[in-house]
Design a protein around this ligand. Structure first.
Ligand SMILES: [Zn+2]
Length: 77
């Protein structure tokens, strides 16, 4: 009986080892993070132009293409 318990414990340890190895190899990236080299496009809340997020200005959960449109604010309000 002692051997059987040891076998079960060893089996559980093996499964845990394999699972941790698999999850460690495939890290779950954030859904928001775009893959490198592929810029995420956002839309200007004022004129509707699409531009990369890195070039956009954001305020109040909205994005704008330029400082002028950022100052003018969203057009559809
Ligand atoms: Zn704009």
């Amino acid at each position: 009986m002692g051997r059987f318990i040891l076998l079960v414990v060893a089996l559980f340890f093996l499964v845990w080892l394999v699972r941790s190895a698999l999850t460690g190899r495939k890290p779950r990236g954030d859904a928001d993070a775009p893959p490198p080299g592929q810029a995420e496009l956002v839309q200007c809340a004022h004129c509707g132009m699409h531009l990369p997020r890195a070039e956009a200005r954001s305020a109040g959960g909205r994005t704008y293409c330029s400082e002028e449109h950022w100052r003018l604010g969203p057009r559809d309000v």
